[in-house]
Unconditional design. Structure first.
Length: 164
């Protein structure tokens, strides 16, 4: 005997008045967007160069690391945006160690070592130096020698990447 489908519909396939609920879809897209933004990272720390200096250009390719920020402009030496000593005082000094800068760096080193004990975060002794391209070499050497004397021997100079 052949199968004869009944003429009566078992269920209604078209429902009128149904609207798409966009709230849950927007929630899903928001979560995906937040996830992608959180997982996207650039290498190292983003640096905002100080307005009072012009960084030199270089072909260096090493990424920037998170460290204590030292700015050496034409007028001032600043540590984490705090003015430490004027460049006129640095130029007048005969020795290699800039005492106000050494004291401030030593204070930061002591704080970092205390955090090392409490939070188990290793003290790296890293400092990132943003130096104006017009400062004299002997003044930069004084700043770097002071960093070395104050337990910050790992120094990096910030430069603009030379794009050819």
């Amino acid at each position: 005997m052949a199968y004869v489908p009944s003429r009566r519909k078992k269920h209604d396939t078209f429902v009128s008045g149904v609207k798409l609920n966009l709230t849950s879809m927007m929630d899903m897209f928001t979560i995906i967007l937040v996830f992608l933004l959180k997982t996207y990272t650039s290498e190292g720390q983003m640096i905002q160069p100080s307005e009072s200096l012009t960084l030199p250009k270089s072909s260096a390719t090493a990424p920037h690391e998170v460290a204590l920020e030292l700015v050496v402009s034409k007028e001032m030496v600043m540590l984490n945006d705090k003015a430490i000593v004027s460049m006129a005082e640095v130029k007048q000094q005969s020795g290699f160690v800039i005492e106000p800068l050494r004291e401030e760096l030593a204070r930061h080193a002591d704080e970092a070592k205390a955090m090392e004990k409490e939070l188990d975060i290793a003290f790296s002794g890293k400092v990132v130096i943003q130096g104006d391209k017009t400062i004299e070499y002997r003044d930069l050497v004084k700043v770097m020698a002071t960093c070395g004397m104050a337990e910050y021997p790992n120094m990096r100079l910030v430069v603009y990447k030379n794009i050819n």
